[in-house]
Design a protein around this ligand. Sequence first.
Ligand code: UDP
Length: 331
Amino acid sequence: MSILVAGGAGYIGSHMVKQLVESGEEVVVADNLSTGHKKAINPKAKFYYGDIRDRAFLDRIFVNEDITAVVHFAAFSIVPESMQEPLKYFDNNTGGMITLLEAMRDFKVKYIVFSSTAATYGIPETMPIKETDPQQPINPYGLSKLMMEKMMAWADEAYGIKFVALRYFNVAGAAADGTIGEDHGPETHLVPIIMQVAQGKRAELSIFGDDYNTPDGTNVRDYVHVMDLADAHILALKYLEAGNPSNAFNLGSSTGFSNKEMLEAAREVTGKEIPAKIAPRRPGDPDSLVAASDKAREVLNWQPKYDDVHDIIATAWQWHSTHPKGYDDRN
Ligand code: UDP
């Protein structure tokens, strides 16, 4: 019996694979390496190179392996890119989910844990955001993921495939043992960009806008450690295997940090100056996104270990400072 991790070579997927392998599970990874890294895949996992939109590829996996559940990370996730290339997002994200659910239906795989996102909420009416709040995405990325959630709900109705949608807020950090971490090309996310400035690989951080409706004018986000996120997926798998109904959970820390506060925290952790300037707003950014995550704590018994952004940033700094070229530095 194995768990299929679609997108297991990516940033979050690779941390999930590591956590699953270390908890004694048999893991099969499917990844087209479009943004992931082969070196990020835990060597104890079995790797299939291919695209989840390719039905023949999925059939090969489901025929060869005894898959009992799928954890689905294989999607594009960059908000600004989705504003410029929306169809790329509907094709890969939404389209990929169709093929995956069809294959799961045909091979009678009953459980899926899915990477959803705070971006499905759009501009929240109240803060912190609850799972029952309206989902009105303001960018194609968020809409592609909302469509995937809705498709899973109808696939549950029709075929009995049970799902947990985990709506991530801002994921950061790296495995505490320093073996894997975040490596995107090009990098767009705040924490790794700050790390690159601290390393001297970039001259300065551009903070996108300081005239938002927030205490210091910069966007407020809710940061969660990637290993805490992996733990939540394992609990979600157990929740489904115990026969519970499909469900959705926010994964965040319930505490917001502004972009300026994140910069200050990174200066403290790294001891580096980290030059920064204020730049124009980036399209598609809501003022604040902070999760109410008590539902995951209560229903899944999720207990995040990293509750201080300094600790999250410290693990990111450990990875970045020891791997200045990302996975190119790893054997
Ligand atoms: N951000 C920034 N400069 C950068 C990258 C990001 O000011 O070089 C801001 C971005 O506008 C947002 C926050 O950092 O307010 C988090 O952005 P990120 O892309 O990391 O995650 P997202 O919230 O889009 O998932």
